[in-house]
Design a protein around this ligand. Structure first.
Ligand code: PAF
Length: 287
């Protein structure tokens, strides 16, 4: 496995593989890797000749400086894990390698047809512009056949699908396939997240109530005459009733449009909860 820190070397190395007719898969990450990332990388390794994993804490997608500073970084440990599961290239650039000063400071603007105006996008203005800024740059550099993203960030996945479909009209990313992979959970149900590293043992115990409530809501939704509004409110009330947890939003939306829905058909519930100072997200599909 090779660790690459410059765009030029990344392009050269991937190009050499493509010249041999090899297929290339990309797994974009911000590092602090856990079993959820590992599942994406394993799938990528099994479906492509060459696997590139980017490890880059992208400053342009953080609208909170403190969150950026506190984001866990562990490149050495990440590289060991990636090597053990068969990745071929790790791309770990410095921010200055990815962006010039103007790109770093001037918000990137992209039209997501409203997909970024709800939930995470509403709470973190500019976040998805930053995500797409870095992801599209990675796509241009690697030109992968397939790219893998976790469904825990469901809105991010929907926006990346939209961006690629829209660009496909212009042929920008060729036949790039975006592959969404299921959430990986601890046995307790807690969704794996790099942010879990910032939870104390007690907070981690408290955080279990998030997935527990989401799973319980699947049964509430199956009751005769269950309404989306009532299930949504009960999830919010039950999580807020746990000392140490505070819901920022819980919205049951259509999986395609991300707009509020009044039916459970094709619906997903997306939640963001503060567990002490740590902001956690999770989701559950009702259909
Ligand atoms: O999901 C993430 O970790 C990040 O948003 C991504 C896709 C790697 C872009 O920085």
């Amino acid at each position: 496995m090779q660790i690459i820190t410059t765009k030029a070397e990344l392009e050269r190395s991937v190009q050499a593989c493509k010249m041999k007719g090899q297929t290339v898969g990309l797994v974009p990450t911000m590092g602090a890797l856990h079993e959820g990332h590992a599942s994406l990388v394993r799938r990528c390794v099994s479906e492509n000749d060459v696997t590139v994993v980017s490890v880059f804490v992208n400053p342009t997608q953080f609208n909170n400086k403190e969150d950026l500073l506190k984001y866990p970084r562990s490149l050495e440990r990440d590289a060991e894990l990636l090597e053990s599961i068969g990745a071929h290239f790790v791309f770990a650039p410095e921010p200055e390698e990815m962006y010039n000063a103007e790109e770093m400071n001037k918000p990137f603007q992209f039209d997501f047809n409203g997909l970024d105006q709800v939930m995470e996008g509403k709470m973190r203005p500019g976040h998805f512009n930053g995500v797409v800024q870095v992801v599209s740059r990675l796509f241009y550099l690697v030109k992968p056949d397939r790219a893998y993203f976790g469904e825990k960030d469901f809105q991010q996945l929907a926006i990346i699908h939209f961006m690629v479909e829209r660009s496909a009209l212009a042929g920008t990313f060729g036949n790039l396939q975006i592959i969404g992979c299921p959430i990986v959970r601890e046995l307790s149900g807690l969704a794996l997240s790099s942010r879990n590293e910032r939870l104390s043992a007690g907070e981690k115990q408290t955080a279990l109530n998030i997935s527990k409530t989401l799973f319980a809501s699947l049964n509430w939704a199956k009751q005769p005459n269950a309404s989306v509004h009532d299930v949504q409110q009960r999830v919010i009330d039950d999580i807020n009733a746990v000392p140490g947890l505070e819901v920022e939003y819980y919205e049951i939306v259509d999986q395609a449009t991300l707009l509020p829905t009044d039916t459970f058909r094709n619906a997903i519930g997306c939640v963001t909860v503060y567990c002490g100072p740590v902001r956690l997200i999770d989701n559950i599909k009702y259909d």
